[in-house]
Design a protein around this ligand. Structure first.
Ligand SMILES: [Zn+2]
Length: 281
């Protein structure tokens, strides 16, 4: 047991405090679905702080844009708008290096201890299942990304996984009848096997649309075609699912942000079904 073993983490305000005997309510903001907190290794964290402190400014990786050039959504403005947001975020990181310690989180969410049995439906690639410096990289940069964008009106963070029914027809029916689709109600009223859990890394808001964002970090040497293709595929996972869920992604867009802190490069792309031509599915 360490001093960090009995804390909760509020995904909304990032408050950490001693776990309550019952309930997962945040003492600071009242959010009802906190997680058991897991401390991020200080030495791994230090490694990535130093990479930022000593690194050059972030710059754009151009190969991703070249790969997708012929397969982008028709609406060029949405692509531009997303690229602007992401470029701003990396510019903020570059110009505020000395604040990097405050952008990086110290804790992450321990899904396993929070949910007990309910582990399988959760995003399996979540970094808490992996170990070491590479896992820490994803947690820290994803955290920084959330903190930098948290006040931006084109970004909405994701605090807990979204829950919907596997049966899309029934889901649409319940939705149009205005029935209670809150997470609490769904978990009480339905069996686990009837539910789908999904969790984008954030939502991009654009003219009434709500588009899932996938955020991926790579280690040195990881900015290669094979990984880009994998990132595109991963970003497509929630494209149509999110529209069924909230009805605000009729064009089935999905957004992807890629970065490699050691190489100081980032890329981002807005995708629709056109990209599937090069995904070989
Ligand atoms: Zn809170």
């Amino acid at each position: 047991m360490s001093q960090f073993d009995n804390l909760y983490l509020c995904p909304r305000c990032e408050h950490t405090d001693l776990l309550h005997a019952e309930g997962m309510i945040c003492d600071k903001c009242g959010f009802k679905h906190c997680f058991v907190a897991k401390h991020i290794s200080s030495s791994d964290r230090r490694y990535w702080v130093d990479i930022e402190l000593n690194g050059d400014a972030w710059r754009k990786e151009k190969r991703v844009a070249t790969m997708v050039k012929q397969h982008l959504p028709k609406d060029k403005n949405i692509t531009k708008s997303f690229e602007k947001l992401v470029s701003q975020m990396f510019a903020t990181l570059s110009t505020n290096k000395d604040q990097i310690d405050s952008y990086f989180p110290e804790f992450t969410r321990d899904y396993k201890r929070t949910t007990g049995k309910r582990n399988k439906g959760w995003k399996s690639s979540k970094p808490n299942l992996r170990q070491g410096r590479a896992a820490t990289r994803g947690l820290l940069f994803e955290g920084a990304f959330n903190r930098i964008l948290s006040e931006h009106d084109q970004f909405q963070p994701v605090f807990t996984p979204a829950i919907m029914l596997e049966d899309a027809t029934l889901w649409e029916e319940l939705k149009s009848n205005g029935e209670d689709l809150s997470e609490d109600h769904l978990e009480q009223a339905y069996d686990e096997t009837e539910l789908i859990y999904f969790e984008p890394d954030g939502w991009f808001l654009y003219e009434g649309q709500k588009i899932p964002i996938e955020f991926k970090t790579y280690g040195e040497g990881g900015l290669v075609r094979k990984n880009f293709l994998k990132g595109f595929s991963q970003s497509r996972r929630y494209a149509s699912l999110s529209d069924t869920y909230h009805g605000k992604n009729p064009n089935h867009y999905s957004a992807l942000i890629i970065c490699c802190p050691e190489e100081r490069k980032f890329a981002c792309v807005m995708l629709d079904e056109r990209i599937e031509k090069i995904l070989g599915s």
